[in-house]
Design a binder for this molecule. Structure first.
Ligand code: SF4
Length: 330
């Protein structure tokens, strides 16, 4: 999966999944040489997930048999987000058909698509009382539409059950799935997010199944189909990119009319994953944030623990306000 998908990165081993079809989470990474996982610097510290609200969110996800990227990617923010009952649902199963070297989501033979999953996602939105929901998925290269139809059905189910809830979809790249982004954009999510994950030079080693310019085109196309849609993308830093390359990605995303940029620190899930090149300091993140704001993004979130769905609800409210303010001055 992508960052989505997969820009939600692991900092520890993942908890058990909701099914038992995969024994080895990353069979394609097993033969890779070990990259020692470095100690995290003092500015990357997260609270242990122990709150009653965290436990309640976890129970609900189990009860409704829903996967979350929060757990599957072992996101470092899970204690904080789930305390607020903010979970990012991962549809289309828990097994990804790609093998990105940064990602902790299990890879292998994908699960069967569950036609009842959209209804259960909608039920979770109601039970969690969410004003804003982020829905992502694994990559489904095996499906004719890449899973686009399942996204559409999930959006429809949430709209029917909770019309006031705003919906953000964090979609895979739908590579070689003609018409997929068109049907997702036509379903009118409030935010369409697709992560570039890294700079183009590192695609071959970080995101080998993806194409940088295809991902950019997908974002551009979504905005062309529905100019009222908010578009969003993110990258990780600390993978070996340099500053000039990050600034070029910002320019590329602005050229694709993307509204919201997220930048976070890559954290290495296991020794078999892509090595951490370095920890980017909070001061550098602030400098990236300022540069991105100067390039015209409506919203920028850049910090070590920024993930594409971190504080997504509050950020969506700010995003809407920023567009309204811009239109008022136009
Ligand atoms: S940042 Fe996103 S993936 Fe991580 S715990 Fe929060 S909602 Fe889940």
């Amino acid at each position: 999966m992508e960052t989505r998908t997969s820009h939600e990165i692991a900092s520890s081993a993942s908890p058990p999944r909701n099914d038992s079809t995969v024994v080895v989470r990353h069979p394609e990474k097993a033969a890779r040489p070990d990259n020692p996982v470095p100690r995290k610097p003092p500015w990357i510290r997260v609270k242990a997930p122990v709150s009653p609200e965290y436990q309640a969110t976890r129970r609900l996800m189990r009860e409704l048999k829903l996967n979350t990227v929060c757990e599957e990617a072992a996101c470092p923010n899970i204690g904080e987000c789930w305390k607020e009952r903010h979970a990012t649902v991962m549809i289309l199963g828990a097994v990804c058909t790609r093998a990105c070297t940064f990602c902790n989501v299990a890879t292998g033979r994908p699960d069967l698509v569950d036609p009842h999953e959209p209804g259960r996602v909608a039920e979770a939105v109601g039970k969690l009382g969410l004003k804003h929901i982020v829905v992502t998925s694994v990559d489904r290269d095996d499906l004719d539409d890449g899973g686009a139809g399942h996204f559409v059905r999930t959006i429809a189910a949430i709209r029917a059950a909770a019309p006031a809830t705003t919906i953000e979809v964090l979609v895979p790249d739908f590579l070689r799935k003609d018409g997929a982004i068109e049907i997702v954009a036509a379903a009118k999510p409030d935010v369409l997010n697709h992560n570039l994950e890294t700079v183009p030079r590192l695609y071959a080693e970080v995101r080998p199944g993806a194409r940088y310019f295809h991902s950019l085109r997908l974002l551009h196309e979504a905005k062309r189909i529905d100019p009222s849609l908010f578009t969003k993308s993110g990258i990780m830093v600390g993978l070996g990119e340099d500053r000039t390359e990050v600034l070029q990605v910002m320019d590329d995303l602005r050229a694709a009319d993307v509204d919201f940029l997220t930048i976070g620190q890559y954290l290495q899930p296991t020794p078999k994953h892509h090595r951490i090149d370095r920890f980017v300091t909070p001061e550098e993140f602030e400098s990236y944030r300022k540069q991105a704001v100067g390039k015209g993004f409506l919203m920028v979130s850049a910090s070590p623990l920024t993930r594409s769905s971190y504080h997504a609800g509050d950020d969506f409210a700010r995003l809407r306000a920023a567009r309204a303010a811009l239109l008022a001055t136009a």
